[in-house]
Design a protein around this ligand. Structure first.
Ligand SMILES: Cc1cc2nc3c(=O)[nH]c(=O)nc-3n(C[C@H](O)[C@H](O)[C@H](O)COP(=O)(O)O)c2cc1C
Length: 141
């Protein structure tokens, strides 16, 4: 059975909900799923996973300067180089994600495999398009 770990950083709960819905969708496809906040994440579980899905709420000045917040950045800094899992990213936002995903990618560069998808949501609920993206991700191996 393939294993996925969903690691989220949420300030007020929306990104946690999105992470939980992503995890539930993966379970429907027969994947063993662990869902954890960045603070509770066990790096050994990340190293053993086939899939790492990590997400953070979008912080910034709404139209510019979006970035992942410090607890998510600290999670990436503290994570040992982990090249086993295939990686996908997610975020929640209100107006624009702008530089959020480029900043997340830059933080992960060299630490993990390059992320192969980006999912974003305003309300923390998985859309039909998101489900298709996840299906494609799993179908690729
Ligand atoms: C201080 C602060 C800055 C924010 N900056 C942005 C932003 O630059 N762009 C945006 O679209 N949403 C922005 N938001 C909205 C949040 O990204 C959005 O509400 C998100 O879903 C919160 O996720 P959470 O409930 O997991 O913390 C900001 C929210 C706060 C509190």
């Amino acid at each position: 059975m393939k294993k996925a770990i969903v690691v989220y950083r949420s300030h007020s709960g929306v990104t946690r909900r999105y992470g939980e819905e992503i995890g539930a969708a993966l379970k429907k496809h027969g994947i063993q799923v662990e869902i954890t906040s960045v603070g509770d994440c066990d790096f050994a579980a990340v190293a053993e996973a086939d899939y790492l899905l990590t997400g953070c709420w979008t912080s910034g000045l709404f139209f510019v300067l979006q970035h992942p917040d410090e607890p998510w950045m600290a999670f990436v800094r503290d994570m040992p180089e982990t090249k086993r899992p295939r990686v996908g990213l997610f975020t929640t936002y209100k107006l624009a994600t702008g530089s959020q995903f480029p900043k997340m990618r830059a933080a992960l560069a060299g630490k993990t495999n390059d992320p192969v998808f980006e999912l974003k949501s305003r309300n923390g609920h998985l859309s039909a398009a998101d489900e298709k993206t996840l299906e494609g991700f799993l179908a690729d191996g």
